[in-house]
Design a protein around this ligand. Structure first.
Ligand SMILES: [Zn+2]
Length: 68
């Protein structure tokens, strides 16, 4: 799994994990890209994953809208 460089630049602001409350600033939530080139937001703490999207911006939006 490849972790996006965009994360390290804090380009996309991710909401705290709706499941466990993990925070992006603690590097517990990452944007990852799978082998198919799709992006998803992934929580390292509880393994929650957001919907797959075609780019980081859309993956971020999808994650931020996600309900518990
Ligand atoms: Zn979580």
């Amino acid at each position: 799994m490849i972790f996006s460089e965009a994360f390290s630049g804090k380009k996309w602001v991710l909401r705290n994990c709706p499941f466990c409350g993990a925070k992006q600033e603690d590097e517990e939530i990452l944007i990852s890209q799978d082998d198919a080139g799709m992006y998803t937001v992934y929580c390292l703490t509880c393994q929650a994953a957001g919907p797959e999207r075609i780019n980081e911006e859309e993956a971020t939006k999808a994650w931020n809208k996600r309900k518990r």
